[in-house]
Design a protein. Structure first.
Length: 183
């Protein structure tokens, strides 16, 4: 059991720690990776621990304990039953070691080529564009509304936010010329 893969519980938002307490009370093995963040409240600055994977708790259990796991208050569902929905013990151990050794692990939204994003910082703050490449940095194509001309801008992933997950279907990206056009 100790080398068995971890299952993923989808839990009510902001209830990850509460679910973890319920799993502890039921003598179930769980892992809730937390990272420290400093938050400014109106009257003071506080240090908080937040889940690295918001809305999820990892759990290992024998099959006869399944009902005890999914019936814990705050649990929405147990993700899938296939191999793709499990996390290996090695992956969990790397996350544990990374957090324990002081690595800065932070949640980050998944960004894909073709997604509409908004720039957060710098001269182009507030400008929207479409992601065309992902390497060490993110290449975003920005169009000037009046002229319909485009230019590319490279930036850190931390400097953008994804606006919409579904990609506009009639939008095409010409990677050779780094242009965006409607089909």
């Amino acid at each position: 059991m100790f080398d068995s893969p971890w299952r993923v519980l989808h839990v009510v938002a902001n209830h990850e720690k509460r679910v973890a307490r319920h799993l502890t009370a039921r003598d179930l093995e769980y892992y809730l990776p937390l990272y420290a963040v400093r938050s400014k409240w109106t009257d003071r600055v506080v240090d908080l621990e937040r889940p690295l994977f918001a809305g999820y708790v990892f759990v290992r259990f024998p099959s006869e304990s399944r009902i005890s796991v999914v019936s814990a208050p705050g649990v929405l569902r147990l993700l899938g039953s296939g191999v793709g929905e499990t996390v290996s013990a090695a992956e969990i151990e790397r996350i544990r070691e990374g957090l324990a050794s002081g690595c800065i692990l932070r949640p980050h939204p998944k960004v894909s080529v073709g997604e509409l994003v908004r720039v957060h910082r710098g001269v182009f703050a507030g400008v929207e564009g479409i992601v065309t490449e992902l390497r060490h940095q993110c290449k975003v194509i920005i169009a000037l509304a009046a002229t319909k001309q485009c230019f590319s801008l490279e930036m850190d992933l931390d400097d953008i936010e994804v606006l919409r997950k579904p990609v506009v279907k009639d939008l095409r990206i010409d990677k050779k010329n780094s242009a965006v056009f409607r089909a």
